[in-house]
Write a protein that binds this ligand. Structure first.
Ligand SMILES: Cc1ncc(COP(=O)(O)O)c(C=O)c1O
Length: 416
């Protein structure tokens, strides 16, 4: 803005001006207005006025079953977890006001890292303020100029953003395609550093990666392997370590990334590793260094929750039952699902288009059921999805109630 233009001149000057930096959002604004002009409830503006339990809340004034949270193991209201958080709040205050490398490492952060090391049976654990930052930090820091990152095209935004932030060459391959991955690895120049980035569970369709084969192929090409187990931690594998554990390749994975915002039931992220030089990451990883550490109450709840998840085999078994019942029930009703068999706690119901997806979402919320409406760019292949994520605290009766709600809503909207 040049000198001599008064504040009052500005709006006129900007109106209709291609210099308006917001003009790039016009098509999205129009799509949203078009969707809401029919009078449907806004699926992206839900307010929970009261949360009753991991599976129930008052949403937009209605008693609602929650089937669209990542609270897989139902730890958010665990009495031991709540008590640990309250005690830490009283003993250490509301926040650290500093970076982990300065004044932001309290006893609780170290205890949380100890709990993670025990949970995964790994030598090193580093806690970040979110899982997003863990991917951003680890990927951008370990893969530098001249290195290659080979990743699944359906990777989470935080993985892509980690690639964007670093200086490595980025080589995507078709989702879960072992041959395509190998082809990319073969083309990388001899001697270059290679990092293969995979996820245990892909969160949009709820499908798992063939990690046993993929990790083997990656290793045979001399690549290091990072697996994001955000959606499998606590649930999949004998000890809840994730898909790498379930498929017997834990020892060949160099870095596991995870989050506290799903099964752990709070907020935060982490990376665990057996790499002997891993601790240097604390000094060179910018999303770890240049941000404030998690509040004491959060790390205390996370550590307590992680330790309880080690003893979570009954909950894991019940969650598998819930997943099988919902998947089988929805399939029998005639819904199109993201996977042929239940592979995780996420069951994606494929909608014919955004309009009918939004109508179905609204019919369900009026029934008293909350699910996630997911659409591009978050979804693969331009799909509109109603994503259902189950919780170990959903009772058998609740899952049957959910199926009844889907049946009525699906018939009302004309999807089944
Ligand atoms: C695969 C995956 N990785 C990382 C994250 C980021 O986790 P956080 O919520 O802790 O930032 C998510 C969040 O949805 C995710 O789905």
């Amino acid at each position: 803005m040049s000198e001599g233009i008064s504040q009052s001149d500005r709006p006129q000057e900007i109106e209709g001006d291609s210099g308006d930096l917001f003009s790039k959002f016009d098509s999205l604004i129009a799509m949203r207005e078009n969707l809401l002009s029919g009078g449907v409830e806004d699926p992206f503006n839900l307010v929970m006025e009261k949360v009753i339990s991991p599976t129930r809340a008052i949403c937009n004034g209605r008693d609602t079953i929650l089937l669209g949270t990542y609270n897989y193991m139902g730890m958010t209201f665990d009495p031991d977890v709540i008590e640990a958080g309250q005690q830490a709040l009283a003993d250490f205050g509301s926040g650290t006001t500093g970076s982990r490398v300065l004044n932001g490492t309290y006893q609780g952060h170290k205890e949380c890292e100890e709990a993670l090391k025990e949970f995964y049976g790994m030598d090193h654990a580093m806690v970040f303020s979110t899982g997003y930052q863990a991917n951003l930090g680890i990927i951008s820091t370990i893969a530098g100029k001249g290195d290659y990152v080979v990743l699944d095209i359906d990777s989470h935004a935080s993985i892509w953003d980690g690639c964007k932030m670093g200086d490595a060459e980025i080589v995507p391959f078709k989702h879960n395609d072992i041959e395509a991955m190998e082809k990319r690895l073969r083309r990388i120049p001899e001697g270059a550093g290679k990092l293969v980035v995979l996820e245990g569970v892909y969160s949009m369709l709820g499908d798992i990666a063939p990690l046993a084969e993929m990790v083997k192929v990656a290793k045979s090409h001399g690549a290091m392997v990072l697996v994001d187990e955000a959606h499998s931690m606590g649930f999949i594998g004998e000890h809840g370590r994730g898909v790498a554990e379930a498929q017997g390749v834990m020892d060949d994975v160099d870095f596991v990334i995870g989050t506290f915002s799903k099964s752990v039931g709070t907020v935060g992220g982490f990376c665990v590793s057996n790499h002997p030089k891993f601790e240097i990451m604390r000094l060179v990883c910018r999303p770890y260094v240049f941000t404030a550490s998690l509040p004491p109450s959060v790390v205390a709840t996370a550590a307590t929750s992680i330790r309880k998840l080690m003893q979570g085999s009954n909950k894991r078994a019940h969650l598998w039952e819930n997943s099988k019942t919902l998947h089988g029930g929805l399939k029998a009703l005639g819904f199109e699902l993201g996977t042929d068999e239940p592979q995780s706690a996420i069951i994606a119901v494929i909608m014919p288009d955004l309009e009918r997806g939004a109508a179905m979402w609204e019919a369900l919320i009026k029934e008293g059921l909350y699910v996630n409406l997911a659409r591009p760019p978050a979804t693969p292949a331009n799909m509109t999805l109603l994503r259902c994520s189950l919780c170990a605290e959903h009772s058998e009766e609740e899952v049957q109630t959910i199926l009844g709600m889907f049946e009525r809503a699906g018939k009302a909207v004309g999807i089944i």
